[in-house]
Design a binder for this molecule. Structure first.
Ligand code: ZN
Length: 142
């Protein structure tokens, strides 16, 4: 992240309060020896919350509408019986992201297709979704 976000309000951004979806993540196999871990007991380690955008059917199922979703991921670990090594679920690229792939893709599309500035994209999204994106631009592209 480059410098302090401009226009950031004191006290930081409101954390997502309402959770729309909870996902439990488990490691499926050991990356070291490839043993399957699916039958083993899993231990909850921590949870993380991220904000994503998803396309859903509207009330009458006629149109796809974009909705902001706060997702809580529960991370569980399992111990590989062969390596005696704790294995965590693979969270890929979005391991430390506060924003899900749907939201990032949406912003990138606007950026590339319409050559909008990140500031304008965020403003427009606040209008559409009624959600306060008091986030810095660098947080999204990082
Ligand atoms: Zn192993």
């Amino acid at each position: 992240m480059i410098g302090k976000p401009k226009g950031a309000k004191g006290g930081g951004r409101n954390r997502p309060e309402k959770i729309h979806q909870t996902i439990d993540l488990y490691p499926q196999y050991c990356p070291n020896c490839n043993s399957s871990l699916t039958e083993l007991k899993a231990y909850f380690v921590y949870d993380r919350k991220l904000t994503d955008l998803s396309r859903e059917k509207d009330e009458v199922g006629a149109y796809g509408v974009l909705r902001i979703r706060n997702i809580q991921q529960n991370i569980h670990r399992r111990k590989c019986p062969v390596c005696n090594y704790w294995v965590y679920p693979d969270q890929g690229l979005f391991k430390n992201a506060r924003f899900g792939p749907g939201l990032v893709a949406y912003i990138m599309t606007k950026r590339i297709r319409f050559c909008m500035t990140y500031e304008n994209i965020l403003e427009e999204m606040e209008d559409i979704f009624g959600y306060e994106f008091s986030v810095s631009v660098t947080e999204i592209i990082n």
